[in-house]
Design a protein around this ligand. Structure first.
Ligand SMILES: *Cc1c(COP(=O)(O)O)cnc(C)c1O
Length: 386
């Protein structure tokens, strides 16, 4: 058994609501998955729900949309009384989720149009996105794939994966396979091993990555056995979805450290969310916290225009301000690239902020992090020999 630290915040919650549960169960990731908070009755026992939250949970259980699902571990981090607490807003639905506005749609990135077969999205030339399951440990209310995740929580059959593997095998240009979903790390060790080894054995696949929120919502999943598997399929990178510095508990820090010790480079991916993390101080605390556990903030994503996400979306200008407040003011390693993912499969576009202001003859006019204008000599034609 892998030993896990239990954070004091988590311990107090456990004593209050799960006093009869033994350590070995609490720290068993399968126990955590089986005991997720999924119903209104369970949610009522842990949180003082607002009318909007209660109604939204009921409506979701009727309409079959993105379900409620929270691990007991992560429930410990949610404020039982305050519906406005950032982490709680990202996990408990509220009625705004049923409003439609502007250009919102089910599949804003056009993933279905770029999908050669169920489970694969091939938008870019040399990399492919492989959606290996629709199941997540904890559902985020702003999920880009809210249209498909959690629908019956399917665990794919090997023959579906075989077809995707054939597609990759037949295309030598694919050198990078990104496993996502759903969350690949909810798969049992045996299934994950089967898949990772087959991908690792394809000669032209030189780089594997997993996109996951599990280290943040179910850190007990990062067991010694899993780490041993990761060591055998390198180079494997893991992008971890983080939202807020309050997620960086003792167990999450330990999980990140263990991944790093197993030689897995980790990157942080964060969705910019109104009232949750759209604040330079919050983002700085998150990113510096990630660096301390050897996780490099990789992307800050503009929230995709999925249906019912207006209450989460900020302006792009706000995102640029946040990046500007980081760049130069703290370690460059703590500054992610801010990305807008374009409609209809246009792909991700880095959107600044803009430091290059204009060209003035043979000079570029630049603005530095303190807002001062400087000039850089960058001749249009090559300079004459001297
Ligand atoms: C984001 C994404 C990737 C990975 O992009 P990187 O910029 O290399 O991290 C690959 N495929 C699809 C469809 C994506 O949306």
């Amino acid at each position: 058994m892998t030993d896990f630290i239990v954070d004091p915040v988590v311990r107090r919650f456990r004593e209050r609501h799960y006093a009869e549960v033994e350590d070995a169960q609490w720290c068993d990731w399968r126990w955590q998955l089986r005991h997720r908070i999924r119903s209104l009755e369970q949610a009522e026992q842990l949180f003082r729900l607002s009318d909007s939250e209660r109604e939204a949970i009921q409506q979701r259980s009727r309409d079959g949309g993105l379900p409620l699902g929270i691990t007991p571990y992560y429930a410990a981090l949610l404020d039982p009384d305050d519906p406005e607490q950032p982490l709680r807003r990202t996990k408990l639905p509220r009625m705004e989720e049923f409003l439609r506005s502007g250009d919102e749609c089910r599949d804003p990135l056009g993933e279905e149009a770029h999908s050669p077969m169920p489970g694969l999205v091939h938008t870019y030339p040399d990399k492919v996105l492989f959606l290996v399951t629709d199941f997540c440990a904890t559902y985020c209310r702003y999920c880009t794939r809210g249209r498909m995740v959690g629908q019956g929580e399917f665990l794919p059959e090997k023959h579906m994966w075989e077809r995707a593997l054939d597609y990759i095998r037949e295309r030598p240009q694919i050198r990078d396979v990104l496993l996502s979903g759903g969350d690949p790390l909810i798969l049992a060790d045996g299934r994950l091993e089967w898949l990772l080894r087959r991908l690792h054995d394809i000669p032209h696949v030189e780089f594997l990555r997993i996109g996951s929120k599990v280290p943040a919502v179910l850190p007990y999943r990062i067991t010694d056995e899993l780490l041993q598997l990761f060591r055998e399929v390198h180079p494997l990178f893991i992008s971890i979805h983080f939202t807020h510095p309050e997620e960086l508990t003792a167990e999450v820090r330990q999980a990140c450290e263990r991944l790093a010790d197993a030689g897995v480079p980790t990157g942080g991916q964060t969705v910019l969310l109104k009232g949750v993390n759209d604040d330079p101080e919050v983002m700085k605390a998150l990113n510096l916290g990630l660096l301390r556990v050897r996780c490099k903030p990789y992307y800050l994503h503009q929230c995709d225009p999925i249906e019912g996400s207006a209450h989460f979306r900020t302006s792009v200008a706000r995102g640029q301000e946040i990046i500007q407040a980081l760049h130069g003011h703290t370690s460059g390693y703590a500054v992610p690239t801010y990305m807008v993912d374009c409609a209809g499969g246009g792909g991700k576009v880095p959107v600044g902020p803009q430091y290059l202001q204009e060209r003035d003859g043979d000079y570029l006019v630049l603005r530095n992090y303190r807002g001062e204008q400087t000039r850089y000599w960058d001749p249009i034609s090559s300079p004459p020999e001297s």
